[in-house]
Write a protein that binds this ligand. Structure first.
Ligand code: ADP
Ligand code: MG
Length: 362
């Protein structure tokens, strides 16, 4: 299933006007050759300016242009530098989504979390170089919120707590097309309902726990261990806070480690449950692709958000005035060339209307 960290910012930060941004950015990240793959050369080649990737074998020759292509020697810091605009914008009141798409083993979790399995390690200084997008984004959002807080603390009286920016985290998994609260229900016993506030168009996963966090370490420890004892609040349909002065701006940042995109038709001996899980994964990734294609197509009249839970939950952070970054990950090895090309095609579809160079197969 897909794992998603939702970071909510609440406060009185001014909503920027809808200046016309290019709101969907598509990046490719190629991981290094690993283990036995090292014996053969990479089949991927990135142009010097990082705009284009070519995949060439005896059977394939594919060329595509993206907002940026990170070659196999890219650092976590370089990757984050390109997506940070989406993370930062949550504190200005924009919903945003950053997600990694690619086959299993292509580097999605490495890119989103980092190389370690134990998430609680992040937040320590020693691991800061290897930290992926999620800890970096959390660290940055918390730092911005903190500086907003100290600013407003200077200029306002104490009882105006509405004027502060607060950060809440939720962690969910979408499994078999149903959302589960990874912090309160790691055993996935209670699927949650998704609702839309018809007035504000906000999407709610009803009952999802939200924890106030103030440090990166605290947030990552929470993701690693969950914490039954800690006080949390639950996502509700109606406004949770009284608006005393002006409006309370609420925005969320979805940080998503998608399920593997590999085709499963060739796998053997799948039991029934496994088949239905993979069918749901295929449906949600396919629907995600169709939604993004529709969002980037000015002529499209319908975006099929409702066709999967994943896209339904991301709806208010994909469409409209939100920021979206896709990091499509792939292996440079010839062994996975089919999957890599299918990943490039997914990423290319997301950008199709915005640029003229498509995946060209020769
Ligand atoms: P996925 O989440 O897509 O299944 P992982 O992120 O678990 O893939 O990556 C698979 C393996 O490749 C892991 O051992 C990971 O540490 C390694 N890896 C992935 N991307 C990189 C990278 N950019 N640099 C170094 N190692 C990487
Ligand atoms: Mg993974």
């Amino acid at each position: 299933g897909e794992d998603a960290l939702v970071v909510r910012a609440e406060g009185n930060a001014a909503l920027s006007n809808g200046a016309c941004h290019e709101n969907i950015k598509v990046f490719i990240r190629i991981r290094p050759l690993l283990g036995r793959e090292i014996a053969a050369p990479a089949v991927t080649e990135v142009s010097e300016d990082g705009s284009t990737v070519r995949v060439e074998t005896d059977l394939h020759n594919v060329n595509a242009r993206f907002d940026h292509v990170f070659d196999l020697d890219s650092s976590q810091e370089e990757v984050y530098a390109k997506v940070r605009f989406a993370a930062e914008s949550v504190v200005q009141g924009f919903n945003s989504t950053i997600f990694a798409y690619g086959q299993t083993g292509s580097g999605k979790s490495f890119t989103m979390f980092g190389p370690e399995d134990d998430l609680s390690i992040y937040g320590a200084e020693e691991t800061s170089r290897s930290m992926g997008v999620i800890p970096r984004a959390v660290r940055e959002v918390l730092a911005i919120a903190e500086s907003e807080r100290s600013r407003s603390g200077r200029s306002q009286s104490e009882d105006q707590e509405d004027e502060e920016v607060s950060i809440y985290c939720s962690f969910m998994q979408i499994y078999n097309d149903q959302p589960f609260d990874l912090l309160r229900d790691p055993g996935r016993e209670r699927p949650l309902q998704v609702h839309e506030n018809t007035e504000t168009k906000e999407i709610y996963v009803v009952g999802l726990s939200e924890y106030a966090v103030t440090s990166l370490h605290e947030c990552m420890a929470l993701l690693e261990q969950g914490d039954e004892q800690r006080a949390c609040r639950q996502t509700q349909m109606n406004d949770r806070r009284k608006k005393r002065s002006g409006r309370v701006v609420r925005a969320k940042l979805n940080l998503v480690d998608l399920a593997g995109s590999e085709k499963w038709g060739t796998m053997e001996q799948l039991d029934k449950g496994h088949v239905s899980e993979l069918t749901n994964i295929n449906t949600s990734l396919h629907t995600l692709g169709r939604c993004i294609a529709a969002l980037t197509n000015p002529k499209a009249t319908h975006v099929p958000f409702r066709d999967s839970k994943l896209t339904r939950i991301l709806q208010d952070a994909l469409g409209g005035n939100s920021r979206t970054c896709i990091i499509a990950t792939l292996s440079p090895s010839e062994a996975y060339v089919e999957e890599s090309i299918s990943t490039l095609k997914f990423a290319d579809r997301a950008k199709r209307v915005m640029q003229h160079a498509h995946v060209v197969e020769t």
